[in-house]
Write a protein that binds this ligand. Structure first.
Ligand code: GAP
Length: 449
């Protein structure tokens, strides 16, 4: 299965595993390929990470994907509370045996116990709680003491490293610890493409604050995160903030606000921003016996900081950015026939290819100069990001290809360039073309990006 945003470039495809074995639908990691190559996730992470980390007096860590905390949970009832609370209500049709999350299906169907599957007249059974953490064993012996869980969030790795960070960096409150990495959830149903998968990329910040400052700083984070999506060019009317009802709050949260995007199937969460209070540090302290506290120089007291947590699913953010950037424009071909131009209006900072160098044709006279310009732009300290060289097919087709993957700028090297040392710079959104001196290229490109 492939989602084609365009005829020539696959934007997102599942990995081979899915194609080969089937039966694991929704379990595979979807990769963003070809059009959005190697660096798309990294670009977004970097953009976000840099902004956030610079903004917050923070640092980034990388902890294990095995949840050490959770491995103790079964023995000691758990510090994070995930084993007890990280469950979803599962409901199954007695006829077709399809399983659903109770809170994902229409309440009318729940009341009448009607199966949502088209064509099935079966009755739904009673809801039972279903555990969302993947359980496995560490070491050669598969006994109770060897049980570990794959982390369902990156947050716990931050809490258990709190003392390491505080003692090694002597950070003063408020400060943030960020982590980006895989999280695993045994979701009852996956779907809506990369919106809900069992293995996904998370980026989280635990932002430690003085108790009492938490509500004000929570609001600042909500505002800043919302601004980030808007600054990436997402149409504000496709974004909204939704506060969790009391009965929806996670076991650790005092209050949570979700940033939601208006996906083609409706509103869906792309990021949650929670006030986790001192729940996690206190729980880990109690469970481990190690005090996870902060010494306040001013009051000369030990305190347990409160935590504000912006938590974002990278895959969902990528999906929202791609959907929002996708555009179709009606144009007229040289022969007068109407045509449709497909383009991704990605913000330059997250466009996977920043600049494409396009010799007018594959020609021995043009090639050396075009390659020289490619090297000049690629190696310029003024430009960061991927620069592509493409000399296959007609120039028109190549412009379209770059439009479809969201490349903001194309540089065309033609036969006049050999004489006048100038090239044409073409802008993705307006298709405006300007002639500029080759020597000025890096400066002009860096300004436009
Ligand atoms: N530490 C807080 C936490 O885990 P969450 O709302 O359960 O909060 C945070 O998850 C974010 O992770 C969500 O906003 C969403 O973007 C992403 N996410 C959660 N479950 C996901 C799944 N099954 N597939 C893809 N992304 C998911």
């Amino acid at each position: 299965m492939t989602i084609n945003f365009s005829s020539t470039n696959d934007i997102i495809v599942p990995t081979n595993n899915n194609e080969t074995y089937r039966g694991l639908d929704g379990d595979d990691v979807y990769i963003i390929s070809n059009a959005i190559p190697n660096n798309s996730l990294i670009t977004i992470i970097d953009t976000n990470g840099q902004n956030i980390i610079q903004l917050t007096n923070g640092l980034e860590i990388s902890s294990s994907r095995f949840s050490q905390d959770s491995s103790r949970i079964e023995l000691s009832n758990g510090a994070s509370g995930h084993l007890e609370s990280f469950t979803d209500p599962l409901i199954e049709c007695k006829t077709c045996n399809k399983r659903y999350r109770e809170d994902h299906i229409d309440s009318e169907l729940i009341l009448t116990k009607t199966c949502p599957e088209p064509g099935c007249d079966g009755k739904l059974g009673e809801a039972r709680m279903f555990h969302l953490m993947f359980k496995t064993f560490m070491g050669p012996v598969e006994d109770e003491a060897a049980i570990v869980y794959l982390r369902p969030e990156t947050a716990q790795g931050i809490f258990v490293n709190f003392n390491n960070v505080v003692t090694s960096t002597r950070k003063k409150l408020p400060f943030g610890i960020a982590q980006i990495g895989k999280a695993f959830r045994n979701e009852i149903t996956t779907g809506n493409f990369i919106f809900r998968t069992r293995e996904f990329e998370m980026m989280e910040i635990e932002y430690f604050v003085k108790p009492g400052d938490d509500e004000k700083i929570h609001q600042q984070w909500i505002d800043d995160c919302m601004k980030w999506y808007e600054s990436m060019g997402i149409n504000p009317s496709n974004l909204r903030i939704r506060e969790h009802d009391k009965d929806e709050l996670s076991h650790y949260a005092k209050s949570t606000f979700d940033i939601e995007y208006h996906f083609p199937w409706g509103w869906g969460e792309i990021q949650g921003i929670a006030n986790r209070t001192d729940f996690d540090l206190k729980s880990h302290s109690e469970m481990s016996g190690e005090k996870l506290t902060y010494f306040d120089d001013q009051t000369q007291e030990h305190l347990t900081p409160y935590v504000i947590e912006p938590s974002c699913g990278v895959d969902r953010a990528v999906m929202a950015l791609l959907i929002d950037a996708y555009s179709e424009e009606t144009t007229v071909q040289a022969n007068g026939k109407p045509d449709t131009r497909v383009l991704l209006k990605l913000h330059p900072s997250i466009a996977p290819v920043k600049v494409a160098i396009l010799p007018l044709s594959r020609n021995d006279k043009l090639a050396p100069l075009a390659r020289e310009i490619y090297d000049q732009v690629r190696k310029s300290s003024l430009i960061s990001g991927n620069v592509q060289f493409d000399d296959s097919q007609s120039i028109g087709r190549r412009y379209r290809r770059q439009d479809e993957i969201g490349t903001p700028l194309c540089i065309t090297v033609d036969f006049d360039s050999l004489e006048d040392n100038m090239v044409t710079i073409r802008e993705r959104d307006s298709m405006a073309q300007t002639r500029i001196l080759i020597s000025e290229l890096p400066e002009i490109i860096s300004k436009k990006l």
